[in-house]
Design a protein around this ligand. Structure first.
Ligand SMILES: Cc1ncc(COP(=O)(O)O)c(C=O)c1O
Length: 491
């Protein structure tokens, strides 16, 4: 390894900038905190504000230089097993946009999973490409998407020899992992690049006890959210590419097209630090986290009326590995939706969850948790269970969620997402939308997986889902009318 992974060239440069004591005549206007309002100083602290500058502000050796960020990205490329990485300040979202724009233009076909994050559909709106969906099965008990099986990718590639790329999401929001190596082989045999949305797997590469990572499995490109499960601060991610199937010069251009022109030094420095931490201590840190999560899962599964997704999921369609640090918990047997369980944990026990949906909550266990933290979580869930144990078995797990417990089936893509998005359209009452083509995307958030995309035929099932979502005030992204009274359809 040419690089000493303990080094943090970009973080060090930020520290040097502070030590130099520059008098700044550059952005931001608060000038290293000197002009910042008191509340902001109280929130961020003088230390943080004193390096809150955009990259062009002088952390590099000259104002316009980018050589230190490239060095930090090269360290990251070595750590994640790529030829090139890009640090991102607008999340994996912007990495997915850049990849889609690099790999497919107007009218091109691209094979993507139905459980792709909404950033993928946004990428298709930007690029004009047409999706061919790989549809992972949905677990009937948990209502969560499983993984895309290699056979589905094989069939799609055979039916669409014109496809320009295959994208797969792995791990899923719930930590379920696809057979990436098999899908990579199929894509490569068909002569197309294979990309993994590994937003939920920034840590996988660093601990052999965790599922295999995209680069090891043979992906040509991947994106990881360093802010989701490792120490990058919020919004940071890393895009990576390897080999010759991806035009890296074009990808570089697309990264610059989709990123802010004022990337923040603190964000870059945090990715640099997160990479060094993972490369040097990741194995030990994640083994510790795994131990805590495995303990918590067993405890939670033993509480009356509660379930915690476990290794049984490995028997499900397309799932070949499972990140056991992710805890998906249901109190459906106590008659609680995921939202109600989230509220109980927050209001009564001071526990903040990663996500809640109509059926479940999702909790992340990382190296940042102590044994006491995880014991507190288990005690809180035990409290919920004890208070409501008399209801156990009354509702049945799907009852509280109703139709929202499961995303409606995909129908047909009538127009490209871009064509539908920009077509003349009208807002109709949702009840009148069956048989029409959607001009909008509807995405319950979290987990950010669209239930309807622009250009898709709206079925009775989708209408029923949206009516129930409106009645239950489900939080959705995408439509102009976020209360879902109306939906824009193509005229
Ligand atoms: C599977 C998946 N991909 C991409 C993203 C976008 O990541 P980011 O929030 O880093 O932009 C998310 C966010 O939740 C996600 O779940």
């Amino acid at each position: 390894m040419p690089y000493d992974q303990r080094q943090t060239p970009y973080l060090d440069a930020a520290l040097r900038y502070r030590a130099r004591g520059f008098t700044p005549f550059h952005t931001p206007g608060h000038k290293l905190g000197k002009g910042a309002p008191d509340g902001l100083v109280e929130l961020l602290g003088e230390t943080c504000l004193s390096v809150d500058i955009a990259m062009a502000g002088g952390v590099e050796d000259t104002r316009e230089s980018t050589h230190l960020i490239r060095l930090a990205e090269d360290y990251a490329a070595e750590a994640w097993g790529a030829d090139r990485t890009w640090f991102l300040v607008n999340g994996s979202t912007s990495g997915i946009h850049a990849l889609v724009l690099t790999l497919c233009g107007p009218g091109d076909t691209v094979i993507i999973p139905r459980n792709a994050h909404k950033s993928m559909l946004a990428g298709l709106i930007f690029s004009g490409a047409m999706p061919v969906y790989l549809e992972p099965a949905v677990d009937p008990l948990w209502g969560i998407p499983l993984n895309v099986p290699p056979e589905a990718a094989r069939a799609a590639l055979a039916a669409h020899p014109e496809a320009r790329a295959v994208f797969v999401t792995s791990p899923t929001y719930n930590g379920l992992c696809a057979d990436l190596a098999a899908i990579a082989d199929l894509a490569h045999a068909a002569g197309v690049p294979f990309v993994t949305d590994q937003a939920w797997g920034p840590h996988l590469r660093f601990c052999p006890e965790l599922p295999v990572d995209a680069m090891t499995a043979g992906a040509d490109a991947a994106v990881v959210s360093t802010h989701k499960l490792i120490s990058g601060i919020t919004q940071t991610s890393v895009l990576m590419a390897r080999g010759e199937r991806i035009n890296r010069a074009r990808l570089d251009g697309m990264v610059h097209l989709t990123q802010s022109t004022s990337p923040q030094v603190l964000m870059y420095a945090s990715v640099d630090a997160a990479r060094a931490q993972m490369a040097t201590e990741g194995d030990a840190l994640w083994r510790g986290a795994l131990e805590l999560a495995v303990w918590a899962r067993a405890e939670i599964a033993g509480l009356p009326g509660l379930r915690c997704l476990g290794d049984e999921v490995l028997a499900e369609d397309g799932v070949v590995a499972f990140d056991r640090t992710r805890l998906t918990v249901s109190a459906g047997d106590l008659g609680l939706t995921g939202f109600e369980l989230e509220t109980a944990l927050r209001d009564d026990y001071g526990i903040a969850v990663e996500a809640a949906d109509p059926l479940n909550i999702v909790l992340n266990v990382t190296y940042g948790d102590s044994r006491a933290d995880v014991e507190r979580l288990v005690a809180a869930l035990a409290g919920c269970s004890a208070r409501l144990a008399h209801r156990a078995g009354a509702g049945g797990s799907a009852a509280p969620a109703g139709l929202l417990g499961r995303a409606p089936a995909f129908t047909r893509q009538m127009l490209s997402p871009r064509a539908a998005f920009f077509a003349p359209s009208a807002a109709l009452p949702v009840a009148a939308c069956a048989g029409r083509v959607s001009a909008e995307m509807v995405t319950p958030y979290p987990p950010g997986i669209p239930v309807l995309g622009p250009g898709e035929l709206i079925s009775d099932e989708i209408v029923a889902y949206l009516l129930e979502a409106a009645a239950k005030s489900l939080k959705v992204h995408g439509p102009e009318d976020r209360a879902l009274g109306t939906l824009r359809v193509v005229l």
